[in-house]
Design a binder for this molecule. Structure first.
Ligand code: TXA
Ligand code: MG
Length: 311
């Protein structure tokens, strides 16, 4: 029912809130320039920031991608459907608006059952950035999408809270070598088990990955990255005004605390991250103090989002 309604809206060039396993997306017909323009307008997103095109599976990606490499095929084979976006040469039919004029397109096959149903019922690729206003916290529930974008979106499919909670990992290829443009839902260690050593982007694609703008994922409240020592030493008066986000055993006395995972489980921490930032933003604290996780597994993606929230 809802899916049919969503398909009708998408065919009419409208945008629809779509659950995925990473974060909620704001979906529109990838081959309709007016629908793409609507996505940018609703998000207040600058046109230089390219969109990820979502497809049901590897075969459907051929509508967007002109050329595959064996390594890209292997990564898709292993991680699709799932939280991995591949940057590959685009077909000429893909509107320039989707790729911000780049000859490359970002594609991914999400595994959330509602996204799969929608993509199959629609029968073509859907462009979908995260369903937040530009630069703000990504939504991981349907309610958060409504809070972010409100009446501008005629329908938000409710697929429950997102299982992973941080955006897809983005892998591009420079001179045939894989590079990680964004740490995300597939840990680097898992990508490297398939692809061998993966580099970090060395600047050559930076204009092409503006989702990597230093400031992003930002609450209204100022976020400050701190060490465990700083969090322990803050005086009690200041503590009573501040919020704290971290995991494991956390210091006491803060006005509001979001423990991402008392048991230090990376998946649990990632799944809670954006909801926790929203919660602390609504808690009326003067500053949010953030304790980074270890720089491994999904901790990389969580720390990346915290650092960008703190700029
Ligand atoms: O998990 C996700 O990837 C979520 C869900 C909805 O699928 N989507 C998402 O989209 O995070 P968005 O718009 O918030 O992030 C898109 C980012 C861009 O900012 C850019 O960094 C990268 O993906 N990107 C997309 N197309 C690209 C291209 N052609 N070349 C380089 N980077 C690209
Ligand atoms: Mg985003």
């Amino acid at each position: 029912m809802e899916i049919e309604k969503a398909v009708g809206l998408l065919r009419a060039g409208e945008v629809v809130g779509m659950p995925t396993e990473t974060v909620y997306g704001l979906a529109g017909d990838a081959f309709s320039a007016p629908a793409l323009a609507r996505i940018f307008a609703v998000k207040k997103r600058p046109f230089f920031d390219p969109l990820i095109l979502h497809v049901a599976d590897r075969a459907a990606a051929d509508r967007c991608v002109a050329e595959w490499t064996p390594l890209a095929e292997q990564l898709a084979e292993k991680f699709w459907p799932g939280p991995l976006t591949l940057i590959l040469p685009k077909r000429p039919e893909v509107p320039d608006l989707a790729t911000s004029g780049l000859p490359l397109v970002g594609v991914r096959a999400p595994r959330h059952p509602a996204a799969q149903r929608l993509l199959r019922a629609f029968g073509g690729p859907l462009a979908a950035p995260s369903a937040n206003r530009f630069g703000r916290i990504s939504p991981t529930t349907a309610a958060a999408v409504r809070e972010e974008l409100g009446a501008a979106v005629p329908l938000v499919l409710d697929g429950g809270p997102c299982e992973i909670g941080v955006e897809s990992s983005i892998v591009a290829f420079i001179d045939g070598e894989p590079v990680l443009l964004r740490a995300g839902g597939v840990p680097l260690e898992a990508l490297e088990a398939v692809a061998g050593k993966i580099g970090r982007e060395g600047g050559r694609l930076s204009a092409a990955a503006p989702g990597q703008l230093p400031q992003h994922y930002a609450p209204r409240t100022r976020v400050r990255i701190v060490t465990p020592e700083q969090a322990e030493e803050l005086d009690w008066v200041a503590r009573a005004q501040a919020g704290l986000i971290g995991w494991g055993a956390l210091p006491e006395g803060y006005k509001a605390v979001c423990n991402l995972s008392p048991a230090k489980n990376f998946a649990e921490a990632a799944a809670r991250l954006f909801g926790a930032l929203r919660e602390l933003d609504a808690a009326g604290v003067e500053e949010i103090w953030a304790l980074p996780l270890p720089e491994e597994d999904l901790g990389r993606a969580v720390n990346d989002r915290l650092r960008r929230a703190a700029v």
